[in-house]
Ligand binder design. Structure first.
Ligand SMILES: Cc1ncc(COP(=O)(O)O)c(C=O)c1O
Length: 417
């Protein structure tokens, strides 16, 4: 029996079937202990933007660790890599003159954002503005804040009372968001949390006009707009941030994953001046929030080296190309008998939706999806809707796009048989 309690796992089933041990990665591929090679169709969990096996990132970590691995940053303490990475992220963000609060990952960033927005209204003399609005299908991580904001109902089941004052709006309808705000009373709503492209909830690109309208609704109601860019941040949507691509001008951006391409855990909350200014005003006092590893020197150094690679190798441009070539390569799969839909075309993000009727008729189908893909050299995973997640590294080559599409087709044929 393993001592490792896997995240998001049925441990009884896992003990029966055994784990899959991944030992090596290079570019867009990973290998298991048996020497089997897989195309990493998901970039880990949407994070390995620069691909696997980058010696440069290991070297950056080693150099920083030999000098100063980490020192806390509570109060007045700082370190050079942290100063450098916050300045760099601030300059890249589609927000003028932001401040950057560092965390250890996406869930930390979301919890931090829930506190910043509520505390902001409290400091501004409107402490009754506590309501947080999420969208259906939303995934905002698994800390208490993020679990409370789960638009995937199963993710919030069985935990008793989570955060109070949370409401839900339809994922695709800005009028419904406006009605929700009006029903609650705009004077009670603190913020709207929005993934520009819904990720773990099934990869749903924003319907045309939705984001613009939702942004206007929030602006008109004085509701803060939090763009959860844990997935698209740092290149996946062909810009440093999806907020830039969509002209969102958010009040806060939460991010993680691509900031280090997952080589070391790091997250960030990027905060616009309207929101940070009260915290910089004499008399406000301390924001009593932070993590042991907020401003971790080695994580910051690795982030700097990762951003160097993204810039040097023009991975934003590559993402724009991949957005089109991936969509074109996957589109024919929509006609496959076991597939009901392929969602793609916004960023290096796609979902191959297995026909819900087939899934309902054959409960074993869901269980067979991932292993069948693996047998054909494709490492993917199943999202909440019963779709295969496709979010490869941004270094995916044109040949690997073909490898991905043909491997998926072979796996789907196998499932059909
Ligand atoms: C949109 C979004 N927000 C938050 C998170 C949580 O990030 P983490 O798993 O790093 O805590 C995720 C993770 O996938 C995510 O997709």
């Amino acid at each position: 029996m393993t001592s490792f309690w896997h995240p998001f796992a049925d441990m009884a089933a896992l003990e029966a079937a055994g784990p899959l041990t991944i030992v090596r990665g290079e570019g867009s591929h990973i290998w298991d202990t048996e020497g089997n090679r897989y195309l990493d169709a998901t970039a880990g969990l949407w994070f390995v933007n620069v691909g696997h096996g980058r010696r440069e990132l290991a070297d950056a970590a080693a150099a920083q660790m030999s000098r100063l691995a980490a020192y806390h940053t509570f109060g007045d303490i700082t370190n050079e890599p942290t100063e450098a990475v916050t300045a760099r992220v601030a300059a890249l963000a589609p927000i003028e003159e932001p401040k950057v609060f560092l965390t250890s990952g996406g869930s930390d960033s979301i919890d931090t954002a829930t506190k910043i927005v509520r505390r902001y209204w409290s400091v501004r003399g409107e402490p009754q503005r506590t309501v947080l609005i999420r969208r259906e299908r939303a995934y905002h991580g698994m800390h208490t804040g993020g679990t409370s904001l789960a638009g995937i109902p199963a993710n919030a089941e069985g935990y008793g009372g989570l955060l109070a004052d949370v409401a839900e709006a339809a994922w695709d309808d800005a009028d419904a968001l406006q009605e929700t705000i009006q029903r609650i009373g705009s004077g009670r709503v603190a913020a709207f949390f929005c993934e520009p492209v819904i990720g773990a909830g099934g990869v749903y690109p924003p319907p045309p006009g939705y984001l613009d309208k939702a942004r206007t609704v929030c602006r008109d109601a004085g509701v803060l707009f939090v763009a959860d860019e844990v997935i698209p941040g740092f290149g996946r949507c062909g810009d440093w941030f999806a907020s830039g691509r969509f002209g969102l001008e958010p009040d806060l951006i939460t991010c993680a994953k691509g900031i280090t391409s997952g080589y070391i855990p790091l997250g960030a909350v990027i905060v616009a001046p309207t929101v940070w200014e009260p915290f910089w005003t004499p008399g406000t006092g301390m924001f009593r929030h932070g993590y042991t590893y907020s401003g971790h020197a080695t994580a910051s150094a690795v982030a700097m080296a990762n951003l160097d690679i993204i810039e040097r190798e023009r991975l934003l441009e590559r993402a724009v190309q991949l957005e089109a070539s991936l969509a074109a390569a996957l589109a024919p799969l929509a006609d496959h008998p076991v597939v009901s839909e392929v969602r793609s075309g916004t960023g290096v993000l796609a979902a191959v939706q297995i026909d819900p009727e087939r899934l309902a008729a054959d409960p074993s189908l869901m269980r067979r999806l991932v292993p069948t893909g693996r047998r054909h050299g494709i490492m993917s995973r199943v999202l909440a809707t019963g779709a295969l997640q496709i979010s490869p590294p941004l270094v995916l080559t044109d040949t690997e796009v073909d490898e991905l599409a043909s491997g998926l087709r072979a796996a789907l044929d196998d499932l059909e048989a």
